[in-house]
Write a protein that binds this ligand. Structure first.
Ligand code: FAD
Length: 462
């Protein structure tokens, strides 16, 4: 171990893992098994002081810095070759303030941990659909899920951040303090510093009526056409995302459906539970579903419903787009590629981002696609690395055909490492302001392992 590494190890309260340690291979792994990066050091930070120490160490010694929240990032941007990784997974404090109806969550928390804590007081934070995802990365990219139509994105419920900046300073960011930084954190990803804690507004959702409803894949055109019309004008408290998928070959799925390709909608109704059956009557009447697992359930159950089907370490290849409209040509593409799902775990999800989320201004936060109706994600997934090329080809071919019908950019949290043009397309007219804020808070791009925004001073961009 070099003197430099030793000096960092000695100054941390948490543990520093290096390549010669027995647990190095386990610790360097991220959720996506396609990512195989070998960092120089992984600092399992115990507190804010450790984070400051690591930021200063990386800057002073010109070492590439990566930051890891839940390790779920599509492109594996929580780890990098030869980098010092700030791993926040040991920083999991959660504190709820019942009076102000807020929750403060440290940067290493997973969604399921936050959900379990807030559920105890009958509340929730709008976030994603898998409990194993990190609160930090999900929120900094936007955060979309079952409550998007009723309460907005995670960033629309994000009130305050505590951030370690590139110069090692610890600052607060909110509507009142460092408001430019706060604007950028709401969608701008990990570009601006290490967010050690988040304060969120709590929303009243305890028990919902939801779950998956599936139809045969041959019904995709009919169901998707109906779904688009329905969700475009549905009340905010009715949410459903559309998917093409393959039924898993084990209980509770009925045996006659095992390994059948299907289309489906995963619902979440948050209104009056007494009215739920009535609201879903016309939905069920559109076409009798082949599988109907929709019913009342606590929010944390819905939010973790699919966790077990997707254990860490699978190969994932992601392609994404925002979509405003859904013409017949685009629907036909979903029919075609839904029929050609390359493996049993691969799927396409179409998440609505209308309702409450679309009533926030395009320039009010860094998240620019307030006028989109859906965030579409095409994911080739398989346990076997031998199928890597097959899932990549399906996802790329699907995306190539679909992209002309998209709005241009994609949700940064659903993108692999796809280059600057895709990032610019995603931020649209917010990119210039993001680049200026980056130049103010991180002028030398210390935080570069992310969907990177190049620092650019206002004068240089004129
Ligand atoms: C199975 C699965 C389901 C998903 N479902 C949803 C969903 O329903 N809704 C949704 O919106 N997204 C979803 N996503 C996408 C998810 O939002 C992104 O993968 C996100 O980046 C994950 O955050 P993380 O903290 O787990 O990731 P990490 O890999 O740890 O980090 C992701 C990025 O954020 C940066 N970062 C992480 N923590 C911090 C921090 N504290 N401060 C500064 N920068 C930080 C990292 O540097 C990196 O660039 C899903 C992903 C997976 C794999």
């Amino acid at each position: 171990m070099s003197n430099l590494t030793n000096s960092l190890k000695d100054s941390l309260h948490g543990k520093l893992v290096i390549p010669t340690d027995a647990d190095y291979d386990a610790v360097r792994k991220v959720y996506n098994g396609m990512i195989d990066k070998r960092p120089a050091m992984i600092a399992q930070c115990a507190d804010i002081t450790d984070v400051v120490t690591c930021v200063n160490f990386a800057r002073e010694n010109s070492i590439l810095l990566a930051v890891r929240g839940g390790g779920h990032n599509a492109g594996g941007l929580g780890v990098a070759d030869d980098a010092l990784v700030i791993d926040l997974s040991a920083m999991k404090e959660i504190s709820i303030d019942k009076i102000s109806k807020t929750v403060k969550v440290q940067g290493g928390c997973l969604l399921k941990e936050m959900d379990a804590a807030t559920h105890e007081v009958g509340m929730t934070v709008p976030a994603g659909i898998f409990g194993t995802t990190g609160v930090a990365g999900l929120t900094l990219g936007g955060g979309l899920g079952y409550l998007t139509r009723q309460f907005g994105l995670s960033i629309d419920n994000f009130l305050e951040a505590e951030v370690v900046l590139a110069n090692g300073q610890v600052v607060k960011a909110s509507a009142k303090e460092n408001s430019d930084l706060f604007w950028a954190l709401r969608g701008g990803g990990g570009n601006f510093g290490v967010v050690v804690s988040f304060v969120f507004k709590l929303q009243p959702a305890h028990t919902i009526y939801g779950g998956p409803m599936l139809w045969d894949i041959s019904d995709t055109k009919e169901i998707l056409t109906w779904y688009h019309k329905f969700i475009s004008s549905a009340p905010d408290n009715v949410y459903g995302f559309f998917a093409t998928l393959t039924v898993p070959p084990f209980p509770p799925f009925p045996e006659h459906l095992h390994l059948k390709k299907m289309c489906g909608i995963v619902w979440c109704y948050t209104g009056d539970m007494d009215k739920a059956e009535e609201i879903f009557k016309p939905i069920r009447a559109v076409k009798t579903p082949a599988l109907d697992f929709v019913g009342p359930m606590p929010v944390p159950v819905l939010q973790t419903l699919f966790d077990g089907l997707y254990p860490p370490g699978l190969q994932w290849y992601w392609k994404a787009d925002y979509v405003k409209d859904l013409p017949e040509e685009a629907i036909n593409i979903h029919v075609k590629y839904g029929n050609e799902l390359p493996t049993a775990l691969s799927s396409m999800h179409m998440y609505p981002v209308n309702g409450f989320a679309s009533r926030i201004g395009k320039n009010d936060t860094a998240w620019n696609y307030r006028d989109a109706n859906y965030a579409v994600v095409i994911v080739g997934i398989d346990a076997d690395p031998a199928n890597k090329n097959k899932i990549i080809k399906w996802a790329r071919d699907y995306w190539d055909e679909h992209h002309p019908y998209s709005a241009g950019g994609a949700y940064i949290n659903f993108m692999m490492d796809e280059g600057e043009d895709r990032i610019k397309a995603t931020y649209g007219d917010n990119y210039k302001k993001l680049a200026e804020i980056k130049a103010k808070y991180d002028p030398n791009n210390l935080f570069s392992v992310n969907q990177n925004i190049q620092p650019q001073r206002a004068a240089a961009m004129a």
